[in-house]
Design a protein around this ligand. Sequence first.
Ligand code: TXA
Ligand code: MG
Length: 317
Amino acid sequence: MSKQKTEILADNQTGIARAVALLRRGRLVAFPTETVYGLGADAGNDSAVSAIFAAKNRPQFNPLIVHVQSASRARDIARFNTQAQQLADAFWPGPLTLVVPLKPGAGISPLASAGLDTVAIRVPKHPLAQSLLSGFSHPIVAPSANPSGGVSPTTTDHVIAGLGTKIAAVMDGGACAVGLESTIIGFENGPTLLRPGGLPLEVIGQCLGQPLRLPPLANERPNAPGQLASHYAPNALIRLNANSVQPGETLLGFGPMACDLNLSATGDLSEAAANLFSHLRMLDAKNVPRIAVSPIPDHGLGHAINDRLMRAAAPRP
Ligand code: TXA
Ligand code: MG
């Protein structure tokens, strides 16, 4: 792949127009969503979609999320059963992805769905993502804008650090408010959690009036390949649920305590989610060899934080 100078586009009409023009030419443009930055391409353009896999060094079997402007655009490309429609009505735009049957002839590149007959769809809430979708007026595929297996980016600097020279542009929308990827729900055999994320499962269960089915154990067949054991991994080794620090460890704390860096000194899970990836990157930038992480409560956003930490701590391939 040839090296290119990655443009940084401002959050204004000129920046949006430039991003739209680049997408129309089949180029890759990273953009902010409320969860993490996505690496966008025209969902209907095979060579643009294929360039995403190359830029990220992502295995071709791992399908991408299709981003659309509204639930009604989503219904143009996929079939929604009652429960999928219920969740779309309640939580879109927002940090939720629904895996639903793809309509044949919907114009989505088969590379995007990795040849599956389902498609993962999301309506992002971030105003810049909304402006981009409305300016481009077609679906945009966007995985997180990081090299495959690494930590998702929550700022423009993170995108440049991972993919600079490999993509045409990044739209600068500041730090992502949620900081964790979207929650993914599938509907095969009933509503099932495929990836915990920025929308807590309790909230989703409440909306449906039934608890979600949980994913199969991590080392069984991964039904959302983001469920592969080692993922979201920084360079340092990670030890979880640390109630004390061992020699050579750096403590990533949670709640009021003495530590090297705190996810949330007040013990606020939303703040901890928003800080998680940037704090892991900060510790990596200091080349610390081992990170100990304080216990994080396993409810609400804490469930997704613990999921990402477990993957970050998992043995590397
Ligand atoms: O918050 C997010 O979801 C971000 C922003 C940019 O939207 N995107 C994101 O994309 O996290 P990515 O590619 O890093 O993760 C997408 C996940 C992967 O685990 C993939 O395997 C799963 O979605 N996925 C995509 N299509 C699927 C399908 N048809 N069935 C099951 N899982 C699917
Ligand atoms: Mg990702």
